[in-house]
Design a protein around this ligand. Structure first.
Ligand SMILES: [Zn+2]
Length: 273
C-alpha cells in the first residue's frame, strides 16, 4: 500500500509538472468523472496545484473544481512526456490529465471524483483525517491526543488508523515501532506519554526523511529506507525480514498477520520487548 511519503512525493512531482499549466487533454474510464467533464469541460482549465492530504491526492483546477484520487492498495500516478511509452498497460489507465508538456496518468486508481470547493471543504473522509505527518504545520501533541483516543487498540493498529494520524502505511508502521523500541501489539493505554511522544517523533522523522531524500520517485517501496546504511540491501530494519537476524541484536525477526486485511507486522522480540 502506498504510504504518505509516496503520495506526498507524487503530489509534489505532479505539482511541479502541471501547476499553472492549461489542461489540453482529459480522459477517464470512470463515468462519474466523464459526466462532469461533459457538462463542464476539464480541458481549458488551468491546474492550480497538486497536493496530498494523508493518502489523498488533490488536484485543484481553475473554476473551483478539485480532482480527488485515493490510491488504496495498487493505484499510482505516473508522469510522461507526450508520446512517451507508458510503463503500464493502457487498460490500467483510470484517469489522465494532459498539458502541452506532460501527461499525468493515474493507473489502477480505485477512487476518483471531482469536488466543488464546497464539497471539498465538507468532505467527510478528508475532515476525519488526523494530523498529517508530512504537513509543515504538523502538531505532535494533537497527534498524540488522537492516538490516545484509541487506547484499546494495539499501537501498530492505531498508527495505521488515518483518523488518529495520517500518512503511515504498513511498511512504516513496522519500521517506526522498531526504531522507537516498542512492541507493535502493546495497547495504547499501556504506553506512557513519553513512549507515545517518541513513537510520533520517530514517525515524523522517518516519513519526512524519506520525502526529502528522494522526492522524484513516484513508485511505492522502491528506495524507501529507514536505516542509515548506504547498502541498498540494508534499507529497512524489520519490514519483510521475517526469520532473518535483527540488524541490531541478531535475534530472528518475527512476523504475524493482523487486522481485517491480514497485513503482516514485523518486529524484533528483543529490541521491542
Ligand atoms: Zn533486535
Amino acid at each position: 500500500m502506498p504510504e504518505g511519503d509516496t503520495i506526498f512525493r507524487a503530489a509534489h512531482t505532479l505539482n511541479r509538472a502541471l501547476a499553472g499549466r492549461l489542461v489540453t487533454r482529459f480522459e477517464s474510464v470512470f463515468p462519474a468523472l466523464t459526466r462532469v467533464a461533459d457538462d463542464d469541460p476539464i480541458v481549458g482549465r488551468t491546474v492550480r496545484s497538486v497536493r496530498s492530504q494523508g493518502k489523498h491526492l488533490l488536484m485543484a483546477l481553475s473554476g473551483g473544481l478539485t480532482l480527488r484520487t485515493h490510491m488504496r492498495m495498487n493505484g499510482s500516478w505516473h508522469i510522461y512526456r507526450p508520446g512517451e511509452k507508458w510503463q503500464r498497460p493502457v487498460r490500467d489507465m483510470r484517469v489522465l490529465v494532459g498539458t502541452d508538456d506532460f501527461v499525468a496518468v493515474g493507473f489502477n486508481v480505485p477512487v476518483a471524483e471531482f469536488l466543488t470547493d464546497r464539497e471539498l471543504a465538507r468532505h467527510r473522509q478528508l475532515r476525519a483525517l488526523g494530523p498529517d505527518l508530512l504537513d509543515a504545520a504538523f502538531d505532535p501533541d494533537a497527534a498524540r491526543t488522537r492516538v490516545r483516543a484509541h487506547g484499546r487498540d494495539a499501537i501498530g493498529d492505531a498508527l495505521l488508523n488515518q483518523r488518529a494520524v495520517a500518512g503511515i502505511g504498513n511498511v512504516f508502521k513496522s519500521e517506526i515501532l522498531f526504531v522507537a523500541g516498542i512492541d507493535p501489539f502493546r495497547r495504547v493505554d499501556a504506553m506512557t506519554d513519553e513512549d507515545l511522544a517518541r513513537v510520533i517523533d520517530v514517525a515524523q522523522n522517518l516519513l519526512q526523511g524519506n520525502v526529502l531524500s528522494r522526492e522524484q520517485t513516484l513508485s511505492s517501496a522502491i528506495g524507501r529506507r529507514t536505516t542509515r546504511s548506504l547498502d541498498p540491501n540494508e534499507k529497512l530494519w524489520v519490514y519483510a525480514r521475517g526469520g532473518k537476524p535483527c540488524r541490531r541484536c541478531g535475534t530472528l525477526i518475527e512476523s504475524r498477520k493482523t487486522g481485517i486485511d491480514a497485513r503482516l507486522t514485523y518486529w524484533c522480540p528483543r529490541c521491542q520487548s
